[in-house]
Design a protein around this ligand. Sequence first.
Ligand code: PMP
Length: 326
Amino acid sequence: MLAAIGHTPLIRLRAASEATGCDIYGKAEFMNPGGSVKDRAALAIIADAEARGVLAPGGIVVEGTAGNTGIGLTLVGNARGYRTVIVMPETQSQEKIDFLRMIGAELELVPAKPYRDQGNYVHVSRRRAEELGGVWANQFDNLANREGHRQTTAREIWAQTGGRVDAFTCACGTGGTLAGVSLGLAELAAAEGRPAPRIVLADPEGSGLAGWITSGDLSIEGGSITEGIGQSRVTGNLEGVRIDDAERISDAEALPLIFDLLKDEGISVGGSSGINIASAIRTARKLGPGHTVVTILCDGGARYQSKLFNPEFLHGKSLPVPSWLG
Ligand code: PMP
């Protein structure tokens, strides 16, 4: 099972490519065993804890997560013989909550609170790890997360594009994906004496990171229904990593892209992938025709059936509805 994590296909996104005259590719992370890009971080964090000698069979892994990291940690934990205690904000999709219960996570749902509040899921998970004598995965500040992406995601993208990647863009939750791919692609390009690909943050409304990159100001505007991304602080994984630009994307811009991708190209993805594709299109337009832009298809649409594919939910938020469900 562990060997099935990663090695995901790189899919050319037809409409996005045609609209820009570029080749826009999405890394199909929804094909990981746990259904998301976070399987990579889960495996890297557990392997690192094992290598450091702090985790052995019978041990406990504890984490605060929007859900996908919890799913990855639980599956890897099951395969390796660990209990997994998952703390999650109760606002996340019912599908992720149900799936975590189904696969045997010991789940604690907490009210959604800002990071500065000690009731925030990240702080609750740190305290639970202390109380239980478990290993706190600490995905936001544990550099094993970005290291996993540096060693796998970046190398796969480089190999799959034959090194012809002009830009990479994706959103940040922990920043592990963006940071690890940025570090990895820069190293691979340097080894061949070529310029590093342009790295662009895709940021949802309600996140502070885009402002931090473009003006050094972490101020937050608006909000998003997108789960798993957006950040109010510079995480340990983002520290010292080169990010060249940022695109702030609204839900109204991102959602039609994932609806069309499903109906016209047969690819079902969740909301953060829509933010990523919108950012890839904007990045391609800035570069001009003939360039190659890579992004991440973080997880699948079925994980958000009750929200992103629920006309009542979407109408209630004044958001676009898939034409075939309207
Ligand atoms: N998309 C989804 C659906 C996620 O669950 C996450 C992680 N929370 C991300 C994107 C962001 O990935 P990362 O933590 O590597 O920044």
